[in-house]
Ligand binder design. Structure first.
Ligand SMILES: Cc1cc2nc3c(=O)[nH]c(=O)nc-3n(C[C@H](O)[C@H](O)[C@H](O)COP(=O)(O)OP(=O)(O)OC[C@H]3O[C@@H](n4cnc5c(N)ncnc54)[C@H](O)[C@@H]3O)c2cc1C
Length: 368
């Protein structure tokens, strides 16, 4: 009975999945989430492979199917406006789905229901671990002691910073930035993702159930200061409006960027740590092993959470063994997810015109 109360920091994808399984294994999970509540919509992410099986076991596949985006085609648009495609986006594999990230998080939290305590609008400020538990100080809630603490608080994890060290040691920038924006109107073609490219930058219009989302992925030097929304807007506009973008269906795209109150903006990065646990504190999802944009981060978050819950349930009196087992099983998957990023960047954001031409010619040759 060494770890019955578990504090999970973060109600993204990994956090609620872990809370769900821990509750079923007889633990008492508490989830603390910095945001005031659950947001809706957001960029689409994949639920596939082992994560689809996790979703099936959680009984949420029908909800995910209802929320899924349906855009099987991908068209590239060359700098001169020529269209390549539509190409079919992979072959359908069973129940694999693409779901707006925030909808996925909301459906996972709904599945947890009252089986976990949720503290929204709060975060941890100090973690003091000993052999028997972790004393936790919160920004707002009263201090409490938990048997175990899990950092499922994403790429810029506070738990990792408090226990393992500063982000600069573990977070590796891949030379790309990403910004996303909901355009609040339907996509011109609801069945096709359209990707416009100029050397070193891409603009993707992604149909997301009734509205279109714009994704900006571009190459840039490390260390851009993008904390404030004004800086984010300026960077996107400076990077993109220096080129012509043949996007006739969105004549006011740049005005929308200028007027956006909330852009998602981040440096595309991977997280690499030599070990995911220190005593009774462990890391999960992007906090432990962010694979960056291209490596199944949401699916890995769900499968990792399920593996962690199973390991804790397997040796309830011995967290050290449980956490070691979790890492040895899940790290193989996370490592393989981290490998493909150079090729993915070359395909999504070719750096040169020659690279773009080669990508588009290759796309023509793909089996359809
Ligand atoms: C534009 C974009 C496109 C992507 N596309 C894909 C894709 O196609 N396929 C795919 O599989 N993955 C994709 N990903 C990656 C995927 O979104 C992440 O890998 C996944 O969400 C990781 O889940 P997580 O629960 O570990 O972290 P997150 O989903 O980031 O959740 C972390 C949670 O912790 C909260 N939090 C942060 N700090 C604190 C704090 N101090 N205290 C309390 N709470 C805190 C956050 O508010 C958030 O709710 C994409 C990511 C982006 C940005």
């Amino acid at each position: 009975m060494g770890q019955r109360t578990v504090l999970i920091c973060g109600a993204g994808i990994a956090g609620p999945t872990l809370a769900y399984w821990l509750a079923r294994h007889g633990f008492q999970p508490t989830v603390v989430e910095r945001a005031q509540g659950l947001r809706s919509s957001g960029s689409p992410v994949d639920v596939h492979g082992g994560a689809t099986e996790v979703a099936r076991r959680m009984g949420i596949l029908p909800r995910l199917r209802d929320a899924a985006t349906q855009a099987p085609g991908l068209t590239f648009v060359t700098p001169s406006g020529r269209r390549v495609g539509p190409l079919r986006l992979g072959r359908p594999r069973g129940d694999d789905l693409e779901v707006p990230r925030a909808d996925l998080a909301a459906i996972l939290c709904e599945a947890v229901g009252d089986d976990a305590e949720f503290l929204f609008g709060d975060s941890v400020t100090a973690l003091d671990a000993d052999d028997g538990g972790v004393d936790v100080t919160f920004e707002r809630a009263a201090p409490r002691r938990f048997d175990l603490v899990v950092g499922a608080d994403g790429l810029h994890s506070t738990v990792r910073a408090l226990v393992f060290g500063p982000e600069t040691v573990f977070v590796r920038h891949l030379g790309l930035y990403v910004a996303t924006l909901s355009l609040g109107r339907p996509a011109a073609d609801p069945g096709t993702v359209v990707m416009y490219n100029q050397p070193g930058r891409s603009l993707t219009i992604h149909p997301v159930r009734g509205t279109a989302g714009a994704g900006f992925i571009f190459r840039g030097p490390p260390g851009l200061d993008y904390r404030e929304i004004q800086a984010q807007q300026r960077i996107v506009l400076e990077t993109y409006t220096a080129h012509d973008w043949p996007v006739p269906e969105l004549p006011d795209l740049w005005e929308q960027v200028s007027a956006a109150e909330d852009l998602y903006f981040d440096a595309v990065s991977q997280v690499r740590l030599p070990g995911w646990s220190r005593g009774r504190v462990t890391l999960l999802g992007d906090a432990a092993s962010c694979v960056a944009l291209f490596g199944d981060g949401s699916s890995l978050a769900m499968t990792g959470a399920t593996t962690l819950a199973g390991a804790l349930a397997g040796t309830p009196g011995d967290p050290t063994t449980a956490l070691r087992g979790y890492e040895s099983r899940h790290r193989k998957l996370a490592n393989s997810g981290q490998r493909g990023h150079v090729l993915a960047a070359a395909l999504l954001v070719p750096a040169t015109r020659t690279g773009l031409t080669a990508r588009n010619l290759t796309a023509h040759l793909l089996p359809q």
